[in-house]
Write a protein that binds this ligand. Structure first.
Ligand code: SF4
Length: 76
């Protein structure tokens, strides 16, 4: 029997904020996954995974290429 515990509609993601401009687009586009750290003035992840379609859209939109989604590589 295969393990089907992990939903295929979710994708794991990470932030690499070295070049983050603080534009807050990720927060506006997907507030259920992205929060905001007022001290750092940078986004934080509320969840380590999110709806695949939505996080891919945010990752593709991020102007500074800060959002890494498991199994997806940005096509520059
Ligand atoms: S969209 Fe990208 S550059 Fe803008 S705040 Fe989010 S992680 Fe930073």
């Amino acid at each position: 029997m295969t393990n089907t515990k992990q939903s295929t509609n979710k994708a794991d993601l990470e932030l690499d904020l070295e070049h983050c401009s603080g534009c807050q687009a990720c927060l506006e586009m997907c507030p259920e996954v992205f929060g905001w750290d007022d001290n750092l003035d940078k986004p934080v992840l509320k969840e380590s995974s999110g709806p695949r379609d939505q996080v891919l859209q945010v990752a593709a939109f991020c102007p500074m290429d800060c959002i890494r989604v498991a199994g997806w590589k940005r096509d520059w």
